[in-house]
Design a protein around this ligand. Structure first.
Ligand code: FES
Length: 147
């Protein structure tokens, strides 16, 4: 189930801030550094999980986002902007900047979502394409979360 988008016309659900307001892309890009990952809340994609918006090295919103829920036991995984990794505080799993699995006990990478920019909003939709990430611990093109 996807609730109606508040962005109008685009594909997906508008990413929201802590107060539940749609995130403004122009304000977001003014406040971030290239390569940053920005946690958004209140999404109803992939079961309502918190999701990271990916800011690429050109300081644009990338065309994919990263589900913030650890694939081990479900803690929300913080982004370490210095190390450029996601590090789970619960049992020490580590994911790379794209959410690829670097260290367990998590069994799988963080799930992907599709992101697009429309009318100054970030729209989030399910990721149904192949998984482009590959690490020593996990390299499987089938998106496990899309089953
Ligand atoms: Fe993340 Fe256990 S919940 S490592």
């Amino acid at each position: 189930f996807l609730p109606p988008s508040t962005a109008g016309g685009g594909e997906g659900v508008a990413a929201k801030d802590k107060e539940g307001k749609d995130i403004s892309v122009s304000k977001l890009l003014a406040a971030v550094t290239p390569g940053e990952r920005v946690l958004t809340l209140g999404l109803d994609v992939n079961g309502g999980d918190a999701t990271y918006i990916v800011i690429n090295d050109q300081k644009e919103v990338a065309n994919f986002g990263i589900n913030a829920v650890c694939t081990h036991l479900g803690c929300v995984v913080p982004w370490d902007n210095g190390a450029k990794q996601f590090k789970c505080p619960c049992h020490g799993s580590v994911y790379n900047a794209d959410g690829g699995l670097e260290r367990g006990p998590a069994p799988q990478p963080l799930a992907l979502v599709k992101t697009t920019v429309s009318e100054d909003k970030v729209l989030i939709a399910p990721w149904t394409e192949q998984d482009f990430r590959c690490t020593d611990l996990w390299c499987n093109k089938d998106p496990y979360w899309a089953k």
